[in-house]
Design a protein around this ligand. Structure first.
Ligand code: ZN
Length: 237
């Protein structure tokens, strides 16, 4: 499935027509039957975008090293290690494919909070992530303590004590393993549905920090024009 230039835009017929007039031959929006119909009429590609960590209950949020819980991004995103969230994503994907007939689905925000979320960059210590750490042989309580210490000296980075530097690296590794685990589950289902799976990811300079493990995800990556997103004001952050 090939396209020349795609646009991440609003899920309305008007936005799709505008994209077509501007020369785009692919559009990406939240799942919409109306958009699918319009894209088909215009002969351009449409791939629905699924916001993976979607949550509206703070109990499904991410827990930072200070044991504070929050929903991140647009105050609508929880922890991807919560099995309920991944289950919801799989159901949303199935529904989107039925409603739009799309041959490809884009998963968005399969990740942890970014530096934009400040203290929540130092996540996640929710019960699901604690369990995940246990399977990796990592003591979550000790790690949280070392992270708290490391953040006191963060302005000196990378000139930190080895154990604090290592703690930050370990937390990043845990996030990458969590993204990988969730990705495997989602991929299993989309393969059964015969749908191509793509992913919207951060640029490599920051992707690693939020758990977006580049090797498996780049195989799915779509090319997003970040300048265009900023102009339209609809992109991920
Ligand atoms: Zn978690």
């Amino acid at each position: 499935m090939k396209y020349r230039q795609g646009l991440y835009t609003k899920p309305t017929s008007q936005a799709i027509e505008q994209a077509y007039e501007e020369g785009y031959d692919a559009v990406f929006t939240s799942p919409s039957r109306e958009v699918a119909k319009k894209a088909k009429e215009l002969g351009i590609l449409y791939a629905p975008v699924i916001w993976v960590p979607k949550a509206n209950d703070v109990k499904q949020g991410v827990v930072n090293a200070w044991n504070e819980t929050a929903l991140f991004a647009f105050n609508n995103s929880g922890c991807i290690m919560n099995p309920q969230l991944i289950q919801n994503t799989i159901q949303t994907i199935e529904k989107a494919i039925i409603e739009t007939g799309a041959e490809a689905i884009i998963i968005d925000a399969l990740r942890y909070p970014s530096p934009h979320d400040q203290k929540w960059l130092f996540t996640c210590f929710c019960k699901h992530c604690q369990q995940h750490m246990k399977t990796l042989g990592i003591n979550s309580k000790e790690l949280a303590e070392k992270i708290r210490q490391a953040t006191k000296n963060l302005h000196q980075y990378p000139h930190l004590k080895p154990e604090q530097y290592h703690a930050l690296q370990t937390l990043t590794y845990i996030k990458q393993k969590a993204v990988e685990t969730a990705l495997i589950q989602i991929k299993e289902h989309t393969q059964k549905l015969g749908t191509e799976l793509w992913a919207a990811i951060f640029p490599p300079s920051i992707a690693w920090l939020v758990g977006e493990i580049i090797k498996p995800l780049t195989g799915l990556e779509i090319s997003i024009d970040y300048k265009e997103i900023r102009k339209k004001g609809t992109g991920p952050r």
